[in-house]
Design a binder for this molecule. Structure first.
Ligand SMILES: [Fe+2]
Ligand SMILES: [Fe+2]
Length: 305
């Protein structure tokens, strides 16, 4: 696939060159779309009163932004630096390698804005810090790395980042246009989306080239890895949600009821399929799904039937 730079107008349109978003938090508006926050709207949480709902929303926003920061620092920037330093290793053009440095800059800015946003949410400073824990995607990447021959460590990281950069999650899709959500959050997500549209086309190219330039042994590994990586990125962090529900005032039994209702297997599977739709189509286009080990892996991860 020919590299067509999505960064031609980078100095004009990238959000790192713009002022910080307007961080206004209007009273009466919500911090997050209620249907994306486990427990909000559930009768067991409603019984606890408004403060519980506000608490859950705050935790959701906090975790979304903390996740963004970790993903940018630990995965996307790390992968983009590898690409910048050795584009040929993944079948990428010299120009694509040079421009990976612009992605490093974009992502560093996204991490900065994500944390600034949390700090400026009224009432956030009164929240007790949650016990620090490693996000599941980092644990999952470590485990996958151990299961692979060492020479594929970089392929794992590039494949994971290519997946995460080509997915379009319901958060990115919906929030900028959601009039129920405070401007601080809508503006931040909108800015992030503008840059991510460019990264999306860049990583479509990366997936094409990574696959096309791979020898049969690397294809064998990538074919089943992609399916696992999509699940790893999109699987909900249920332990974290449980901690928020307990903190909001539910007893352990009621917290489990809420989690079971919100994260029913059908609902989780439908959400993952919707979010991964563009990536699944890409896997088809690139030819990954024609590989004999890919299809069973995608079926096993419940991404396709
Ligand atoms: Fe980003
Ligand atoms: Fe990105």
């Amino acid at each position: 696939m020919q590299y067509q730079s999505p960064f031609e107008n980078w100095y004009t349109y990238s959000t790192v060159h713009k002022p910080l978003p307007d961080f206004t938090c209007e009273t009466g508006l919500v911090l997050f779309p209620p249907e994306l926050v486990p427990g909000v709207g559930h009768p067991l949480v409603d019984k606890l009163g408004n403060h519980a709902t506000r608490h859950l929303m705050m935790r959701k926003l906090e975790s979304y932004n903390a996740f963004t920061e970790k993903l940018e620092y630990k995965a996307v920037m790390a992968a983009s630096i590898k690409i910048a330093q050795d584009p040929q290793a993944f079948g990428l053009s010299e120009q694509a390698g040079r421009e990976a440095r612009l992605i490093v800059t974009d992502e560093s800015h996204h991490a900065y804005v994500a944390i600034e946003l949390i700090k400026r949410i009224p009432g956030f400073s009164e929240l007790p810090p949650l016990a620090p824990s490693q996000p599941p995607f980092l644990r999952g990447l470590e485990e996958l790395e151990k299961s692979l021959p060492t020479e594929f460590a970089d392929d794992l990281l590039i494949a994971f980042v290519a997946i995460s950069e080509t997915l379009i999650t319901s958060i990115l899709r919906g929030i900028p246009r959601d009039p129920r959500v405070v401007n601080a959050v809508r503006n931040t997500v909108r800015d992030h989306c503008i840059d991510e549209a460019r990264h999306h086309s860049y990583f479509v190219y990366v997936v094409h080239q990574h696959w096309a330039s791979s020898a049969p042994d690397r294809r064998e590994i990538l074919a089943s890895l992609y399916a696992k990586l999509i699940r790893l990125f999109l699987d909900p962090n249920i332990d974290l949600c449980r901690a928020w529900l307990l903190e909001a005032g539910l007893d352990p039994h009621d917290a489990e009821v809420v989690l079971r209702d919100y994260y029913s297997p059908e609902r989780v599977a439908a959400g993952i399929r919707a979010d991964s739709f563009p990536t699944l189509k890409l896997m088809e286009r690139v030819g990954v799904l024609d590989h004999p080990t890919a299809r069973p892996a995608f079926v096993e991860q419940k991404l396709i039937d």
